[in-house]
Design a protein around this ligand. Sequence first.
Ligand code: SF4
Ligand code: SF4
Length: 356
Amino acid sequence: MRLKRLLNFAGDRLHTLPLLVMYLTDGCNSRCVTCDIWRNPRRNMRLELVEELAAAFEELQIRWVLLSGGEAMQHPHWPQIAQRLRAAGAHVMLLTNGLLLRKQIDAVRDSVHEVIVSLDGGTAATYQAIRGVDAFDLVLEGVRAVRAAGLPVTTRTTVQRANFREIPQIIDAGLAADVSALSFLAVDVSSEFAFGQRPGAGEQAANQTQRLDIPIVNNGASQMLTPGEVDELARLIDEVEQRYAGAFAAGRIAESPEKLRRILVSYFRALTGQGALVAPRCNAPHFSTVIEVDGTLRPCYFLPAYGKFRSGDTLAGALNVPAAVALRQAYRTGQRPECARCVCPLYKSPRALLEM
Ligand code: SF4
Ligand code: SF4
């Protein structure tokens, strides 16, 4: 039966959907400078939509669910939703800003299998400068509470100009809070919708990136590193490799030093015009999809919507409308410019897909 998953790789139609990313709400209690979701009116995913999705789990072999948003824990019924999806057979992961973890630890323990927490600074001041709220200690207390409850926690740091020098402090803070793993990715400076409809998108593109042909969204330029800072980051990763050799070897730092150099140093270097952006290995749209609050479907965080899952539709049908198949074919054949500047690719080999 699992072999059915491999049919996804035989073309551009989805026969199964091992991973479903759900935006439960577009409300958020953070105020991140890199995101405009929190500025928009809040909408919550309807429980009827959740129920219709859950009904499709068996047919589509949905095994992993990532609850996201906005801030997933801002949905008033998020524990009920998580428990419903668990009952449907999914491994439920909660992607959160961490502000409510400590307060809602009982619901977290009873509803999800693992937690991924954003940790964008190694000090309270930097955290607040990036996330817009004074919550560095609160987030770490939440992480410790989840670990004490026996669940795995991965921290995820969006590396940018304001925090790259704090990578060692972030690792220290995470290890001290007993995280299962720390993960790093570069800040996204170009997506016009992955972090809300960022105002000014396109307007600044001509000014900032004439040489690069990358649209930089409003605010994005201030998060990019200068050429000198990229050199500093490269030296810092050399130091981190030495200093945290044990944590790398034990898998407590999710990315290898080589990968950090590729996804951070090479990426920021390319953004400064000193190298080419290279499309990463990714086949996420062939085993997953993103569903937004209102049922809008996307192949991944960064590619455009291809349709909507509406009441009365089958999910299998909605996943395979002509626009969806065309988008999958386009990214697979290297025709989507978003891929070269993507900060969050995901690749699964056929074997990994079978093991999911
Ligand atoms: S990046 Fe995430 S945590 Fe920050 S405001 Fe946007 S949705 Fe909220
Ligand atoms: S590389 Fe990024 S933009 Fe391209 S398909 Fe993968 S996740 Fe989407």
